[in-house]
Design a binder for this molecule. Structure first.
Ligand code: TLP
Length: 340
């Protein structure tokens, strides 16, 4: 099977498993796990924030961030196709008690003027705008990179209105490798960010929230309230440290493989790539084949390829470190077969 469903499917390397085996651990709820402490310090330093917190997943990272920034009854401005709005089970409303205010972006990038216009005034009828969220890279826009200039403009507007900005940077490392813009430069345009260790970086579990010391201290309390306080968590922090410190630069290979895949798919009759492939995600329209997305996925599975549906006639293919350039060639010929 060539598994292109997501970059979350990677298996830990031997070095990661060995690191888990050898990890020095303690009780992290007492702040006594040296491996967790090292991971959090390394992560904070890497993105240029004062402090960081290890959490179970990207979703938990986004939710804890909303709980820490907002109070119930707030409104959060976010992009209409963002992961938080589309794929987190309305958790913003369920946990933080906030209402979402979606803005349709251009390849995931919200127009700063529209963001400005969406900020609520003081009218007694209105909720207060409690947070603005940005997603970079943007998943549903096909791994699209949100320009730094766009983030800067939105951050400036937010600052002038005393509203915090949170970045869902599940795949921020992909954006940084593709553009050469440092993680710190991106993170400087946000108050807080969440990034995933278990996507392209290849860790088996976990995400990081980073922000000010004060923010992270409150976020730590929220994590505990949610039952996310972990004990000898160094076991999972050790492979995450390898992911964080050794696996960033190789994301360029995933981007090359995604481009190679997209180029190959363009010459397959009936299929069209609908995103500009900038990172590791390829979105394909299958409407000109005899299949809808769900049927096409079955045909692909029969040929030994796993992919995901991202709409009734759209499938998503994601490259990652368990997929080689040779696998892409194999995948392309199997896709041809699936359509015969
Ligand atoms: N995305 C997953 C699925 O949930 C769709 C994937 O396979 O791409 N933010 C962004 C931008 C994400 O893409 C994801 C996961 C998350 C947050 C949530 O991360 P996890 O899965 O760790 O909760």
């Amino acid at each position: 099977m060539i598994d292109l469903r997501s970059d979350t499917v990677t298996k830990p390397t031997d070095a990661m498993r060995q690191a888990s085996f050898e990890a020095v651990v303690g009780d992290d709820v007492y702040g006594e796990d040296p491996t967790i402490n090292k991971l959090e310090e390394t992560a904070a330093e890497l993105v240029g924030k004062e402090a960081a917190l290890f959490v179970s997943s990207g979703t938990q990272g986004n939710q804890i961030s909303a709980l820490t920034h907002c109070k119930p009854g707030n409104e959060v401005i976010l992009e209409a196709n963002s992961h938080i709005f589309m794929y987190e089970g309305a958790a913003f409303s369920v946990f933080a008690g906030v209402q979402s205010r979606p803005i349709v972006g251009d390849r995931g990038a919200m127009n700063p003027e529209e963001v400005k216009a969406a900020i609520r005034g003081t009218d007694i009828h209105y909720p207060e705008t409690g947070l603005i969220c940005i997603e970079n890279t943007h998943n549903k826009a096909g791994g699209a990179i949100i320009p730094l200039s766009n983030m800067k403009e939105i951050f400036e507007i937010a600052r002038m209105n005393h509203i915090p900005v949170h970045l869902d940077g599940a795949r921020l490392f992909n954006a940084s490798v593709a553009t050469g813009i440092s993680l710190k430069e991106y993170a400087a345009c946000t108050d807080t960010l969440q990034f995933c260790l278990s996507k392209g970086l290849g860790a088996p579990v976990g995400s990081i929230i980073a922000g000010s010391k004060e923010f992270i201290s409150t976020a730590r309390k929220w994590r505990k309230r949610l039952g996310g306080g972990m004990r000898q968590a160094g076991i999972i922090a050790a492979p995450a440290l390898i992911a964080l410190t050794e696996n960033m630069e190789r994301l360029a290979e995933d981007h090359d493989n995604a481009k190679k895949l997209a180029e190959g798919l363009e010459s397959v009759k009936g299929l069209s790539v609908i995103n500009k492939v900038e990172t590791n995600i390829v979105m394909v329209d299958v409407s000109k084949t005899k299949y809808d997305a769900a049927q096409f996925l079955i045909e692909l599975r029969n040929q030994g390829i796993l992919a995901g549906a991202f709409g009734p006639e759209t499938i998503r293919l994601v490259t990652h470190y368990d997929v080689t350039s040779k696998d892409i060639e194999k995948a392309l010929s199997r896709i041809q077969k699936a359509l015969k």
